[in-house]
Design a protein around this ligand. Structure first.
Ligand SMILES: [Zn+2]
Ligand SMILES: [Zn+2]
Length: 155
């Protein structure tokens, strides 16, 4: 899995090769997308939190996805101009980048009426009652919220 150090080095290397000196690379703490191209600031960032779930070559692909945005410009979106640029860089993915759900821990966040938090890798089938409340003799069902980390993207 990619470290923050590796990601920084890879980002700087790929930016130097493809975008040039007035672009910079950094890390951010996003939880819903891996990479982002900040056009006005001429900066590409990747999520420190999410790259930890990806292999080095997958992070490289995400950086190339963002570099292609930098080269194609904001108006291109994920259209033909961006796609041609991305392919030329060796990016093999599409407009969004999916991190296999199996690698993400605690995608599902459950809460009971008393505010206890329960984190689960997968949504539990059927109704779940809060264990902490049960110890205190109360029976409170848990409601689940999909934190949406299975589908990541783009920028
Ligand atoms: Zn509870
Ligand atoms: Zn994109």
């Amino acid at each position: 899995m990619a470290t923050a150090e590796w990601t920084l080095a890879a980002g700087e290397r790929l930016i130097a090769r493809h975008l040039g000196g007035d672009w910079s690379f950094g890390l951010d703490h996003a939880r819903t997308r891996v990479g982002c191209c900040h056009y006005a600031a001429r900066r590409i960032t990747c999520s420190t939190y999410l790259v930890a779930y990806l292999a080095d070559d997958e992070v490289e692909q995400i950086i190339l996805h963002e570099v292609a945005h930098g080269l194609a410009g904001p108006a291109a979106g994920h259209g033909g101009r961006w796609r041609a640029q991305a392919r030329a860089l060796g990016y093999t993915g599409g407009a969004t980048i999916e991190v296999p759900e199996a690698r993400l821990s605690a995608r599902w966040r459950g809460t009971c009426g008393a505010g206890h938090e329960i984190l689960r890798h997968r949504r539990p089938p059927g109704r779940v009652y809060c264990g902490a409340c049960a110890k205190a003799g109360a029976r409170r069902p848990v409601t689940w919220q999909d934190r949406g980390l299975g589908l990541l993207a783009r920028g």
